[in-house]
Ligand binder design. Structure first.
Ligand code: B16
Ligand code: MG
Length: 220
């Protein structure tokens, strides 16, 4: 089992496009407290935990809050975000993802979820993927946020495989750094310039197939 090739998936921005909901919720909150928030700022929050995200937004706006107010704003943002999430269905799974997951399962590859989100299980339930992953490591199970590799190392351990046998799919700079720091092969999903540290990068799951990973293994 230790040498088996395993696949670890980030959630937001890889399996579903919840990044747009995070953007809307953070933008609403930032604007409410007088801080500008555009796509550029949002890019820096991808893969970053909820607490760290609000800390960053406040530092950009040079504002500080009491602990109580900080917590209240985090809760408010999350409620707003969840209102969007609860509208999601299977149709919101990003193109090519389901077929690829099915193929990996049919070939008996271990697959895990490695997400910074504390809402990961809710999202998986909404889109009908609750029983897809052998292991789920989410924001409730880590002490160190991406770019620390903890989330992916824990996933690899649960899959009973070594980091060097793992491919990690990520849409965030922090997540690519985390996968690389963990000694895994990072696959960026998104813009090549933004994710230039990824070992390989694609716009979406329709741009590659299972065979691609066999090629990499053979070259290694
Ligand atoms: P939550 P991922 C990350 O999920 C998101 O990319 C990031 O934007 C978000 O702040 C973080 O989860 C925390 O999410 O507020 O739901 O706990 O991309 O690692 O799946
Ligand atoms: Mg992500």
């Amino acid at each position: 089992m230790k040498n088996q090739t395993a696949f670890i998936f980030d959630l937001d921005g890889v399996i579903v496009d919840t990044a747009k909901f995070h953007f809307l919720a953070w933008q609403k909150l930032a604007n409410k407290i007088g801080i500008d928030f555009s796509e550029k700022e949002n890019e820096q929050l991808k893969g970053v935990s909820r607490i760290k995200s609000l800390e960053k937004i406040l530092s950009w706006g040079k504002k500080s809050l009491s602990d109580e107010e900080f917590q209240r704003l985090m809760d408010e943002k999350n409620q707003d975000y969840l209102n969007h999430v609860h509208q999601m269905t299977k149709a919101d799974i990003l193109p090519g993802v389901e077929d690829f997951l099915e193929e990996l399962k049919s070939k008996n590859h271990p697959i895990a979820l490695g997400s910074a989100s504390k809402n990961a299980k809710t999202i998986l339930k909404c889109v009908g993927l609750s029983n897809t992953f052998e292991a789920i490591i989410d924001g409730n199970k880590v002490t160190k946020a991406k770019p620390d590799p903890e989330v992916f190392l824990k996933a690899a351990r649960l899959l009973n495989t070594e980091p060097q046998n793992c491919f990690v799919f990520e849409d965030s700079i922090a997540g690519i750094k985390a996968a690389n720091a963990g000694g895994m092969t990072s696959i960026g999903i998104g813009n090549k310039d933004t994710l230039h540290e990824a070992a390989f990068c694609f716009n979406n799951f329709n741009e590659f197939d299972y065979q691609f990973f066999k090629t990499i293994k053979t070259q290694a």
